[in-house]
Design a binder for this molecule. Sequence first.
Ligand code: BGC
Length: 269
Amino acid sequence: MAILGIDIGGSGIKGALVDAENGELLTERFRIETPQPSTPTAVAEVIKQVVDHFEWKGAVGCTFPAIIRNGVVHSAANVDKSWIGTDAKKLFEAKTGCNVTVINDADAAGIAEMVFGAGRDVPGVVVVLTLGTGIGSALFVDGHLAPNTELGHLEMNGGDAEQQAAESARDREDLGWKAWGKRLNQYFQMVEFLFSPDLFIVGGGISKKHEKFFKYIETRAPLAPATMRNQAGIVGAAMAAHALTHEVGEMDFDTKKIMEFHMEPKGSS
Ligand code: BGC
């Protein structure tokens, strides 16, 4: 079943057709720079360009880097503040004419990793952390997602953790691997203390270089680099759209169950 997966990030908006049943990309990724300022109107215009590029009329799964409840945006740490309160699902549907599912970017990446990647068949508590412009998080218990956990905004040293430990902080402050690794160690140990996970999965583009910084993170739980890399968001968004619009077949972890946790009773956004 082909679905158009779109990943909205701070710097780029990327899309590809995905086979939502096996997690494979059916096309090359198509990327457009994220407009600045990243207002709802400007981003919706880019979503339309991605849909048009693929001449797509079917279901679309879309990630967004904020709290998303029932398609509505409830925070805006790294996007234009005018997103707060915007119904992203309705906006993108009106612009494209497609059926659109919108979920948090880290939740999408986590779903893809749990079904097809580093979390496959892993029971118990799994925390997926994505290191990029911000820190995204996805929390799973026996394969079920507790959505919108926002662990990047835990307080650390009196400030926002992601300001100190995201990949963007390493870049901005020109930190060496060891200095950044120490901050990650403090952050991961705090998350471990709060959630006692059985496994951490570490995503974001920088997870390619995990051997440079995993050695500084001294948690009891093992760390696994994400295996879906920069495709995880696109694939997870497509899986979510698929699960919400179709009957899904047998899977190791039932994606539909995962997504049921995400949806709320109608009218309670
Ligand atoms: C946002 C999260 C998002 C994460 C990664 C954070 O600043 O609050 O919603 O998942 O960045 O993009």
